[in-house]
Design a protein around this ligand. Structure first.
Ligand SMILES: CCCCCCCC/C=C\CCCCCCCC(=O)SCCNC(=O)CCNC(=O)[C@H](O)C(C)(C)COP(=O)(O)OP(=O)(O)OC[C@H]1O[C@@H](n2cnc3c(N)ncnc32)[C@H](O)[C@@H]1OP(=O)(O)O
Length: 188
């Protein structure tokens, strides 16, 4: 994983690739910003959200101790509209023995295509995620999640994605997704 990280960091030197932040919501770091965001964009849901519990909120994929859960780093190429995630699913993400849980794969796909959608259009939500699991992903192996922004139609963003082994010989998973740019005028 370190080797791949270094290779991508090298690609970042000429500016063609960007190393993305993934430990916080860079748009709204402070909890009051998050609260304001929820009231503005999710007014219906906001009535049911417990403000005290919200202070304890954490990004789902960053909740495990180092090495046990979702280990990943993302890079973005603006010309190609691609986000690549270097991902290693740790031992706490087991599904079938020795294999990564499908939900963990889906989570990382959603995070990768979601990041791509956020970069393109800002505040978005997943409307549809269609996944074909083609080969089991070995637990604790490093894989590449490649996402591609295919098209934008009004508020709709279509992003496809695959999960491959580092040598690109094994195609583990393929996915397509639809993201919708949130409209603050609509009561979601
Ligand atoms: C330098 C930049 C650095 C960036 C750094 C980034 C840091 C990143 C940090 C952390 C990233 C983490 C990223 C994680 C990402 C995770 C995202 C999630 O998990 S989201 C949770 C799961 N999703 C929901 O809970 C949604 C629930 N659904 C809804 O709320 C609504 O349905 C919503 C908002 C999706 C759409 O509702 P409406 O009312 O705004 O829009 P309507 O009118 O229904 O749809 C608009 C159009 O889309 C079509 N549409 C909607 N849903 C569809 C569907 N499922 N399939 C097909 N079409 C659909 C409709 O038919 C309509 O199309 P027509 O305009 O008429 O052509």
């Amino acid at each position: 994983m370190r080797l791949l990280f270094d290779q991508f960091m090298k690609k970042c030197e000429d500016g063609s690739w960007i190393h993305l932040p993934s430990y916080n919501y860079t748009l709204f770091q402070r909890s009051q910003d998050i609260s304001a965001f929820i009231h503005a964009y999710l007014p219906t849901a906001s009535k049911l959200i417990n403000e005290e519990k919200l202070l304890q909120a954490k990004i789902f994929t960053r909740n495990f101790e180092d090495g046990l859960g979702f280990e990943y780093v993302m890079f973005y190429n603006d010309v190609e509209k691609r986000v690549v995630c270097v991902f290693e699913g740790g031992p706490y993400l087991q599904g079938m023995p020795g294999c990564l849980h499908g939900g963990a794969i889906a989570t990382m796909i959603d995070a990768t295509v979601g990041t791509s959608a956020m970069i393109a259009e800002g505040i978005v939500m997943t409307a549809n995620l269609n996944i074909n699991f083609k080969r089991p992903v070995p637990l604790c192996s490093v894989v590449l999640i490649n996402s591609q922004l295919d098209k934008i139609e009004g508020r709709k963003l279509f992003i496809s994605c695959n999960v491959q082994s580092v040598d690109e010989k094994t195609l583990y998973t393929e996915a397509t997704s639809l993201f919708i740019k949130l409209d603050p005028e609509k009561q979601v």
